[in-house]
Design a protein around this ligand. Structure first.
Ligand code: MG
Length: 377
């Protein structure tokens, strides 16, 4: 039932360490299952999506966000007859390289690394998690995922060049990724644009009137809902409008991508790879609506005064600890000191890897233990 331009599991370029086939799960299904059983995956539960402080127990964290991305991606993959096992694996792994405290943690870590002429990039970090850091199997380091999943980790959201990243040369950087990977960045956006409106409204950081005045697509659906359900309470109207918004994004992504597939005449994965640009896309009109929602969230939420405090705290905690371990590598756990002695990587990189793997809770504990202790001396 797969489209000719879908990735067929029998054509996979395979794993780094060859393995016997499983009797009733194919290679992409096994990859998906390995991701779900990984430690880094479980840690997503305690990593910030947007809110560091838990305003309430039903807000998204990075794990529930990831599950939403997987759900939306599977729907779209099914409608496009893409390989939904590969899509699911890619969706479940897409945020695994994120450090604690969301984007503030990422920025802080990157700034710390820049002092040493290095940088932090969450996609590259995700690749190292699945290649090196996960220690579960007797036969190989990491998860030994198929080429297509590793390629998708690197290429789902960003185009890396071989001149800048020679270590990624094996991932066919001058080619587009398969449609299964192209989808992920767009479904990620559908998921967080709508979920952040939901959580922001729930947290009372966003006012309904502001959303209605600035996010055209939301306003259109809200009016429709008001007409249809004049007496239901506001929260339910809000949910209904948001549901229609997700549906419009998803439907448009399916239809536009199908249309672009037809126009481009692609008949195989190789054709998809060799096109000059990605073909998974929204229509220009929906793209504008998406942009509008995104800009609203930047202005009223991500860069709002209400979140400024927790963002600054997150950045400071990362920077404090990074500096502390640069000055006192003896305070790192033993396994990291062994890495330093073995010269596996530079000291800043080892510290960066350690911090990037932490959950919000764990880094807060470390900060209490190591930094506030210093302040008390
Ligand atoms: Mg995401």
């Amino acid at each position: 039932m797969l489209a000719p331009y879908a990735v067929h599991v029998k054509d996979s370029r395979g794993r780094r360490y060859p393995e016997a086939k499983h009797p009733y799960r194919d290679d992409f299904q096994r990859d998906r299952d390995r991701i779900v059983h990984a430690r880094a995956f479980r840690r997503l539960e305690n990593k910030t999506q947007v809110f560091t402080r838990r305003y309430s127990d039903h807000f998204r964290n990075r794990l529930t966000h990831t599950i939403e991305v997987a759900q939306i991606s599977r729907t779209i993959a099914g409608a496009l007859h893409l390989n939904s096992d590969l899509v699911e694996a890619l969706a479940l792994v897409h945020d695994i390289g994120h450090p604690p405290f969301g984007h503030s943690g990422e920025n802080a870590l990157n700034k710390c690394m820049q002092r040493f002429d290095e940088r932090f990039d969450h996609n590259l970090h995700a690749l190292r998690i699945v290649e090196e850091f996960e220690a579960r199997y007797a036969d190989f380091p990491g998860l030994n995922l198929t080429f297509e999943v590793r390629e998708g980790i690197i290429k789902h959201s960003h185009d890396y060049t071989e001149s800048e990243y020679p270590q990624l040369g094996e991932y066919l950087l001058n080619q587009r990724p398969p449609l299964e990977a192209q989808l992920i960045d767009l479904t990620d956006e559908i998921a967080y644009n709508t979920a952040d409106l939901d959580d922001g409204y729930e947290a009372k950081l966003l006012k309904l009137a502001d959303i209605r005045a600035s996010v055209g697509i939301f306003e259109r659906f809200y009016r429709e809902v008001e007409k249809q359900y004049p007496t239901v309470r506001e929260r339910l109207k809000f949910n209904e409008a948001l549901k229609r918004m997700i549906n419009r994004f998803v439907t448009n992504l399916i239809e536009t991508t199908l249309q672009r597939v037809a126009e481009s005449g692609v008949r195989s994965v190789e054709d998809v790879r060799n096109l000059p640009e990605r073909i998974a896309a929204f229509s220009p009109e929906v793209n504008h609506e998406r942009q509008e929602a995104k800009e609203f969230l930047y202005r009223y939420m991500y860069f709002s005064d209400s979140l400024r405090g927790q963002k600054a705290d997150g950045e400071k905690i990362v920077a404090d600890l990074f500096e502390h371990w640069v000055q006192n590598p003896g305070d790192l756990p033993r396994s990291y000191q062994i890495q330093i002695n073995d010269g596996v990587a530079s000291l800043p990189r080892i510290i960066c890897d350690y911090i990037a793997g932490m959950t919000d809770n764990y880094i807060l504990d470390q900060h209490k233990k190591l930094i506030r202790r210093d302040l008390l001396r």
